[in-house]
Design a binder for this molecule. Structure first.
Ligand code: ADP
Length: 389
């Protein structure tokens, strides 16, 4: 187990323009992150925001443009990937197709003990010269065998050890990849979208298996995903990334309840947050067109230091109820209804000159259809106020 500390990390790639001069593309900017001993940290963000690049920097598979990576308080900048005491699980599992499950898991163990491996090879060669009944396994092979027994039991792979990767299902292959990482007993697990090749049901099952496993082993884990549900259900803490920068690092609940900006607000949550451009008067009342809302005292702390009267009001689709005509309710027109079985997603627009899209999560029996006009009551205790750009 070890802490992982990322200090002021910047990463640029250089691309060629017109076959003449290279130009710099900044992929990661000023990344600072402390991952605690035994913590499950998720890096989440849209595709292309730099999550994999950051993971590959920690693994030593990419060079850092500037900054430091510390694993267990040791600066690993000059160390090769295999010297960093990490194990990585990739999206495509990277299993050797010609090796069976046993040998795939054993591969890393045989590789890391290079000197022992040489001695072991000599011993093995001698053993092979003995008559069959006197042959025995070398010490290293006995160790490996024991380790594989433990790991395969943990991951329910005991009955599959003789199979080749092509004879396994997606979920089983994924468990072999995990097994290979666990068997090496690393200080840190790095996982890059390890479930993206699994179907939805298997992903839900595997999600809880990985979390359970990590809880048992308590190995510091950094897990990359673009899926906010995965992040919310797996991480002790989540680092939300966008355009090469970390936006916010917090527990799942804290991110949901107190997103630091509009990006985090819209990215975290099963449906995107709604945003309205508003004016605020006397630090206590929000105005949008004919609609007004009083800001409860608990939410006013966000207004400290805001001299500006323009702001963005954020509220989640699940914090809206259908109500009656009133100045304190927002009038909208329905543009699309999605019936999800147990709930409806109502896509609507405000009736102002520049219509703003509002999504509502509706659980109820009213028959609502495209073109209907609704009055929305917003739960003021659950509103968010963000700086207007
Ligand atoms: P994510 O994992 O969040 O989807 P990546 O870290 O894979 O994002 O990529 C971030 C950005 O870096 C992308 O725009 C990608 O095209 C670019 N990138 C990644 N690797 C390289 C590379 N080797 N050379 C140039 N650009 C790269």
């Amino acid at each position: 187990m070890a802490k992982v500390i990322l200090k002021d990390i910047n990463k640029s790639f250089f691309r060629q323009r017109n076959k003449s001069k290279d130009f710099e593309v900044k992929i990661l900017q000023n990344i600072n992150l402390n991952v605690n001993d035994g913590e499950f940290m998720v890096l989440v963000g849209p595709s292309g925001c730099g999550k994999s690049t950051l993971l590959r920097l920690i693994a030593g598979l990419e060079t850092i443009t500037s900054g430091e990576v510390l694993i267990g308080e040791k600066n690993v900048g000059s160390l090769l990937p295999k010297q960093r005491d990490i194990a990585m699980v990739f999206q495509n599992y990277a299993l050797y197709p010609h090796l069976n499950v046993y040998d795939n898991i054993a591969f890393g163990l045989r590789r890391i003990n290079k000197v022992e491996k040489k001695i072991d090879k000599i011993v093995n060669n001698i053993i092979q010269l003995l008559p069959k009944r006197f042959r025995y396994n070398s010490a290293l092979e006995v160790d490996i065998n024991q380790k594989i027994k433990q790991v395969s039991k943990l991951l329910q792979l005991d009955n599959l050890l003789h199979r080749l990767p092509k004879q396994l299902s997606g979920g089983q292959r994924q468990r072999v990849a995990l097994g290979r990482a666990i068997a090496r007993n690393p200080k840190v697990f790095l996982m890059d979208e390890p479930m993206s090749n699994l179907d939805v049901i298997l992903r839900t099952e595997t999600r809880s298996q990985i979390v359970k496993l990590q809880n048992q082993l308590k190995i510091t884990t950094i897990y990359v995903t673009h899926d906010q549900t995965e992040a919310m259900t797996m991480g002790d803490r989540i680092a939300v990334m966008n355009q090469g920068k970390i936006q916010q690092v917090a527990s799942p609940l804290e991110l949901y309840n107190n997103p630091i900006n509009c990006f985090v607000g819209s990215f975290i949550g099963s449906l995107p947050m709604n945003f309205l451009p508003v004016t605020i008067e006397d630090c206590s009342t929000i105005f949008y067109d004919k609609f007004s809302l009083s800001i409860p005292a608990v939410r006013r702390i966000y207004l400290k230091g805001h001299n500006k009267k323009l702001a963005i009001l954020g509220f989640r689709p699940e914090h809206i109820t259908l109500s009656v005509p009133s100045i304190n309710n927002l009038q909208v027109k329905v543009t699309l209804v999605e019936n999800m079985g147990n709930e409806m997603h109502l896509f609507t627009e405000t009736l102002s000159d520049i219509p703003i899209k509002i999504i509502i999560k509706y659980i109820g029996n009213n028959l609502i259809k495209t073109g209907d006009t609704l009055w929305l009551s917003i739960n003021e205790k659950a509103i968010h106020i963000f700086d207007s750009e």
